[in-house]
Design a protein around this ligand. Structure first.
Ligand code: F0G
Length: 378
């Protein structure tokens, strides 16, 4: 997929991420198998890297000295790293207090000019869209077409890793709604080349508090979209006015996928389950499993079918969320109130609060015993 000549490619050796089996989660869902494509295993810890290698290469080849993005964290981390590799300056606009520390630290580490604006992600996008008109700055938000050319490549990798047998379903988180269509483009191109004869159904999952696409599809079949004031702990997808919603509607339509919304409780439980598989991901990625549970419950994903969860970000990007969950400090009483008996049991099974002990061998042995008998769980 040549965009610029080989020697001008800005790369951190992204891509070729693992496709993991999730046997315990599959069994719990009554599925024969379940797979997770972990895009969080890319160099800066998210799926944004495959897009940034393409877009930064074009920015540099076009002679730009500055690149910029508005971000909920991951785009900024990726852009900052690739800009640093290329030796160009980068400007990051992020909503103050609304992104995970791990992501903020990356932009700083890679030497970006980081501006925390007193607004939300949608406000940052608005400001940046004017800035790029008034200064010679290359815009690297996901409206940039070259980013999508890079972000389609996990579709190729999934097919290669599945021996060119397309899975029945690919489940992706929905924020600004570019990634679902990028993957759709990847699968469409493979069909066009005759390498596969059908595409997976691509389903998009949103957090209940940041669900403009879900609402649009429910209320008017995706004809128009009303922005919402977004609020979810899955900060990466806390987006109320998604730029690429029309592309998302088209992708769902042509692949035959669905859009689901999931609660904060469902996200937290799903994240802990993915962690317990020894895989782990950030909260925004865990919506995929929470959504899959709904798709299985309403009969849209069948026992014999293969589903691939697209895990978009690394678990270490938001360790504060994970620690709070395991300490029992994440979800409010009100959020736990509606939990089913199965969810409560799942929560009790998954939570592992750290225990503080004296440096005493017997105390440590007692802790092992109590964990083995199940009584030591938080
Ligand atoms: N998952 C993660 C971890 C993300 O960082 C994002 C988006 C998404 C899912 C949603 O993807 O926007 O294509 O629907 N993060 C952007 C950012 C907005 O600034 O890092 P989408």
């Amino acid at each position: 997929m040549p965009i610029v000549s080989e020697e001008r490619v800005v790369t951190l050796r992204e891509g070729n991420t693992p496709l993991y089996e999730m046997p315990r989660t599959a069994a719990a869902l009554g599925l024969n198998w379940l797979l997770a494509k972990h895009q969080g295993m890319n160099p800066t810890g998210s799926f944004k890297d495959t897009g940034m290698t393409a877009a930064l290469s074009v920015a540099v080849a076009s002679g730009f000295e500055w690149v910029a993005c508005a971000s909920t964290g991951n785009t900024s981390a990726a852009m900052a790293a690739y800009a640093a590799r290329a030796g160009v300056r980068s400007l990051v606009l992020i909503p103050e207090g609304k992104i995970a520390w791990g992501k903020l630290s990356q932009a700083m580490d890679y030497g970006s000019t980081t501006l925390q604006l007193r607004t939300d992600f949608d406000g940052c996008v608005r400001v940046l869209s004017e800035v790029v008109q008034r200064a010679p700055v290359y815009l690297l938000n996901s409206v940039n077409p070259y980013r999508l050319e890079g972000q389609k490549t996990p579709a190729f990798e999934i097919l290669e890793q599945c021996d060119w047998q397309p899975p029945h379903h690919v489940i992706v988180p929905g924020g600004n709604l570019a990634n679902c269509s990028a993957l759709g483009k990847g699968f469409a191109e493979m069909m066009h080349l005759g390498l596969i004869h059908r595409a997976p159904k691509i389903s998009v999952i949103q957090a209940e508090g940041a669900n403009p696409l879900y609402r649009s599809l429910q209320s008017n079949g995706g004809v128009s979209l009303e922005p919402v004031v977004a609020k979810t702990r899955a900060s990466a997808i806390q987006i109320g006015s998604p730029a690429s919603w029309k592309k998302a509607v088209r992708t769902l339509a042509w692949t035959g996928g669905w859009c689901e919304q999931v609660s904060e409780r469902e996200i937290a439980l799903a994240k802990a389950e993915i962690g317990a598989e020894g895989i782990g991901c950030e909260p925004a990625s865990a919506v995929t499993l929470a959504g899959l549970k709904k798709l299985v419950a309403n009969g849209r994903v069948g026992k014999e079918e293969t589903a691939v969860l697209l895990l978009t970000g690394h678990t270490l990007k938001d360790s504060e969320y994970t620690i709070k969950y395991h300490l029992g400090e994440l979800l409010s009483d009100a959020e736990m109130e509606g939990a089913s008996a199965a969810e409560l049991a799942e929560n009790a099974r998954l939570r592992r609060a750290p225990v503080v002990l004296d440096a005493d061998v017997d105390a440590v042995l007692r802790a092992i015993d109590s964990q083995a008998s199940g009584s030591g769980r938080a």
